[in-house]
Design a protein around this ligand. Sequence first.
Ligand code: G4P
Length: 324
Amino acid sequence: MTVQWFPGHMHATRKAILERVKDIDVVIEMLDARLPGSSANPMLAQITGHKPGLKVLNKQDLADPERTAAWLAHYNSLENTRAIGLDAGMAAPVRALVAACRELAPHRKGMVKPMRVLIGGIPNVGKSTLINTMVGKRSAKTGDEAGITKVEQRIALDDDFYLYDTPGVLWPKITVPESGYHLAASGAVGRNAYDEEEVALELLKSLKRGYAPLLAARYKLGSTPAEHEALARMPEDALLAAIGKKRGALLPGGKLNAQKAAEVVLNDFRSGVLGRITLETPEEFQRWWQAGLAAEAAKAEERERRRADQALQRSGMRVQRTQD
Ligand code: G4P
């Protein structure tokens, strides 16, 4: 996998969450509804998994409604977990959020036992936009709290409802290559961490599987079911070339400008002009996750075997030297 990023501030954020989580009643994780599994932060799950959790599938306006429903059903079937879909265009996002949290921790209410909620999410998931909506409406940002690390801010959403914000950090998802590509395609990963052409090819592989008619419509590559099927069977590089040709991504002499064609595909996906798309289903993600874990375990076993071999060799040499 060539999507490689260097997560900034992850240790400071981990420490801040660890400090705060003891006093927290509900943990909200904001996810990108176009890639719910890949946009989840395994570090957050690891250190807050014992608390009731609200999964917010944000940017649902860009996601495939059917797949969003499948992801919501998946999360809602988990113990101690609720899930809601949100987007920046919604009239009352705060009400939906507060109601879901109250359902998860009904015993927390009133000034003596206020609800304390932690909100986390990877960068670009739309957390600042949502928080600005909340802060703008309520004008109730209370700023940094003494004694608690400076990276955190507290927002009062009600007299007995406090939201603790954490910085958006991306944790390396070494175990799942598909997640790297999906995060890069969504814009969550910095430009320097990946090759745009490679990510665009992976994105096309995924899009032609589930969304061939949307691709065909956007790039005028046919309108009949037979043409959609033909598009779905095209190798990704041929598809990228066809898109590049349609959109004038050409070098002098008429050769494909693959970089420009890749940018077209990525920008069209990110802005939503391709249509409402979700890159993964709960079942697919579960499969990739299990495969990733198995690959990690195999690598760890191989490392252990090599270490044991080297130790054996060293002790063999020592015996040899003693005999000499
Ligand atoms: P972050 O704090 O989690 O890093 O994310 P932020 O709110 O900065 O949002 C990242 C981008 O996602 C912004 O676009 C924002 O407008 C967009 N966004 C946030 N929520 C939604 C949503 O529900 N639906 C859609 N379609 N977009 C959303 P940008 O182009 O980076 O910035 P801007 O030009 O909008 O300011």
